[in-house]
Design a protein around this ligand. Sequence first.
Ligand code: ZN
Length: 168
Amino acid sequence: MSEPTPAIDAVTAANAAFAAEFSADLAAPPSRQLAVVTCMDARIPVFEAFGLANGEAHVIRTAGGVVTDDVIRSLCISQRALGTTELLVIHHSRCGMQGITDDGFKADLEADLGVKPPWAVETFTALDADVRQSMRRIANSPFIAEKGAVRGFVYDVDSGELNEVMSA
Ligand code: ZN
């Protein structure tokens, strides 16, 4: 017997209603040639908050909006295979990553599971500094060809404002 999945059941029901009204014929390359890297946080309504529509941008979401190796993989494909040229990095206020530490999280995992993860948790405390860190990783990556049009921001989950992070 599998576990109940009430949230997923609600999604499939909502999708049936959505699909009944929906049709689209969009090309895969984002029409605004834009890629967005941001946090998986449930309070960032990316398309609504940033004026984006279906088909216009790639949105790559991770815990913290951290630019990991796998984000570099996605951005490389976004640029080289699908033509994006501008890149937006967005962290946000009251991020869940600010409430944990790498060492603490790994120690908890080891205590519970007997094994530490091979990956870095990549928690952070200072938002602006971590946006700069993410932008430096992009700047330093040989796999990111389009480095000229990269800008970093912090989104405020309470006011909805997007504030640019200036280079230090
Ligand atoms: Zn977050």
